[in-house]
Write a protein that binds this ligand. Sequence first.
Ligand code: UT7
Length: 337
Amino acid sequence: MKFPIGIKILGVGAGIPSTIISNADLEKLVATSDEWIASRTGISERRIVAEETASSLASEAARDAMGFAGIKGEQIDLIIVATSTPDYLYPSTACMVQADIKANSAAAFDLEAACTGIIYALAVAQQFIASGTFKTVLVIGVDLHSRFLNWEDRNTCILFGDGAAAFILQASENENDILSTYLRSDGSGAHLLKIPNPGTYYPHPDKALCKDTEKFVQMNGRPVYEFAVKAVPEAVHTAIERANIKLEDVDYLVPHQANIRIMNSAAERLGMSKEKIVSNIDKVGNTSAASIPLALWHGIQSNQIKTPSICALVGFGAGLTWGASIIRWNAKDARSK
Ligand code: UT7
């Protein structure tokens, strides 16, 4: 392999649970309405798991991406799973996926950067490929927030859904599909969005701190919203600059699917047409680490995203974390040959 090594995106895939929870279903659980949820977030329904686990959903996404890319498990050298809701504290979800898809010669680990996890995972994969360490990398984003939602808290239970999505990346001598990446975090905002327990902070010696609510998603939505509307355009601008392209060169904005108002505001602040936004939030809600590749996958399935094209992937979330990656989408589905 000659240096510098480029990266080809060979495929994407998805794993989506079959159980649908509509806004009307949530009206029966909390004081909310379809009108409020749809107008404030853009969400109409979301999917939640029944028997599936983070690893089974991730494996489904992996198999779909491998089918798209036309590669087998034994060709994969590294598996990175971005997740905040793993099957276990250990072993890693990535190791469970490795066994499922028979990627017998791969290394595997999990990475946690909440909803920005997939952008972090792409950046890590990029480094490993560019250094010549690994040739073929499977990157998965998966989250099962339904397991950690308080179904009596209307501030959070209406927002999240479960899902998984995956990329297959491969070293290339003459092509490069990851044009840039940009990663940031600000731990001073850590308290704004969290699932405190399970974690090693609990059981805390001070039992008074061990409230039942600590096992659920806790969010202060307004400040997260205010952070996001600034972080998204900043990340996209920086990633565009690093990719040495212009805003007009970007065909699609593929943002983290947390709230359609955040996506619209980002497009407006960037001076980008709303037509360029790729969104599936109405159907799946906020699927956290899966959100960006799942939106990309839906955009490809629905023929919104044309080949070849330039996509700005941008994420934000707990940490606080945020980041963006400019990619070239130019993959052909091996199954349609
Ligand atoms: O992956 C990253 C994760 N999180 C995010 O990105 C979340 C970012 N934040 C948001 O998307 C928005 O802040 C929310 C969608 C969470 C909330 O929208 P908002 O426009 O910021 O509403 P708000 O929190 O300011 O609440 C407005 C009103 C309040 O009532 P009052 O005090 O005005 O009477 C809330 O109690 O809406 C009420 N409200 C609801 N009403 C019906 C809050 N949640 C609901 C609900 N149904 N589900």
